[in-house]
Design a protein around this ligand. Structure first.
Ligand code: SAM
Ligand code: SF4
Length: 356
């Protein structure tokens, strides 16, 4: 319902579906939530220096939702009008039997895309993708985001603390072979990959993959000074403009990226600049950790415990109530600050908890 008590067209849409009587997810700022980023594990086979420390403490397994719970939870969101689900982590492909979840959620896409779920996708580091790309395509995944910050093997080993670039490149090739549309995400890191980013972009576009550059965010303690990692993307854009012709592209995913087309490479490049707050007004997403904690904002500490709801005597009712609570507390915007050396992280939790 809207504040005035009128039924919005969105509500009619859900009500009119057979069996669909639940209200869609609309927050206090009238943003309609249609996108869930669901973390299925906090574990990872890499240790990216901007994401987690080498000796990361992982959660005890009993705290993590079972695959059945993850499915029930995702279903609860789909029933409330979520049409896009991104599986993330940690590294989602290191979770045992994760393909069972993809297969089950893939069935919600329906034959020829007629299901309630419109898109099932994932973000991965691609170390395990070579062996899983076909199964993902079979489950109905059409696009995949792959994180790749460098094409230099030694730099990759430094950056991720693991010598895994060959597996990652095999994974990217396998995704393409399986017919998945690949988008590469690269975190822009001062003094680390900044000189290489044009080559990375040119390579990716040559392979037919779009690229998005991301500014590093102050999430979790990572044993390194955040400010030393931080590279402003307006600086990078200005540098790229000296080399190439960048044309603004209207394409919008309702998400945080701003896109340009590069005339010389023929590819698209996105910029995610979380420090500018420029995308909060159109934010259509929620994040849930592998323990079922819903964070309505990546940059905030607001939280709703969906695991308690799922494990209660009345899981469906409790989940409904918890989602309503999340709508009431989703903040209008986030606030990250990167202007103070030695400052504590903006938030104690690592990106690997909420999945980016
Ligand atoms: N392991 C998978 C991967 O790396 O693609 C999925 C989870 S990872 C947390 C999701 C994204 O978050 C990756 O693209 C990663 O580069 C990005 N990321 C991690 N920590 C970050 C940070 N502190 N600031 C900005 N991006 C970060
Ligand atoms: Fe693992 Fe992804 Fe974090 Fe790198 S960014 S350590 S691959 S979860």
């Amino acid at each position: 319902m809207t504040d005035s008590g009128r039924r919005s067209p969105d509500i009619l849409m859900l009500d009119d579906k057979p069996g669909g009587t639940r209200t869609p997810l609309i927050d206090a700022f009238q943003r309609r939530i249609s996108y869930l980023r669901l973390s299925v594990t906090d574990r990872c086979d890499l240790r990216c220096t901007y994401c987690m420390p080498e000796r990361m403490t992982f959660l005890p397994k009993r705290e993590v939702l079972t695959l059945e719970e993850l499915y029930d939870l995702a279903s609860g969101f789909i029933d409330r009008g979520v049409t896009k689900i991104r599986i993330t982590g940690g590294e989602p492909l290191v979770r045992r039997d994760i393909m069972d979840l993809f297969a089950a959620l893939g069935r919600r896409l329906g034959p020829d895309g007629t299901g309630d779920l419109r898109e099932l996708t994932l973000t991965t580091n691609a170390t395990q993708l070579a062996g899983q790309a076909d199964a993902l395509a079979k489950a109905g995944v059409r696009r995949v985001n792959i994180s790749l910050d460098t094409l230099d093997r030694a730099r990759f080993a430094d950056l991720t603390r693991r010598d895994a670039l060959p597996q990652v490149l095999d994974g990217i090739a396998a995704a393409k072979e399986a017919g998945l549309k690949v988008k590469l995400n690269a975190v822009a890191l001062q003094g680390v990959n900044e000189e290489e980013l044009p080559d990375l972009i040119a390579w990716a576009h040559g392979q037919g993959h779009d690229v998005t550059l991301i500014e590093v965010m102050p999430l979790g303690d990572v044993e390194e000074e955040r400010l030393d990692q931080y590279l402003r993307l307006d600086t990078m854009r200005a540098r790229l403009e000296k080399k190439w012709t960048l044309r603004d592209n209207d394409h919008s995913s309702g998400g945080p990226a701003r896109y340009v087309d590069i005339a010389e490479t023929g590819g698209t490049l996105g910029f995610i600049t979380p420090h500018s707050n420029n995308f909060c007004a159109s934010c259509n997403r929620l994040r849930v950790t592998a323990t079922g904690q819903l964070y309505p904002c990546l940059g905030g500490n607001e939280r709703v415990d969906l695991r308690a709801a799922l494990r209660s005597d009345q899981p469906q009712e409790q989940l409904e109530a918890a989602l309503n609570q999340a709508m009431a507390i989703k903040p209008e915007r986030h606030h990250f600050r990167m202007d103070k050396r030695g400052a504590d992280p903006a938030l104690a939790r690592h990106m690997s908890m909420t999945g980016g």
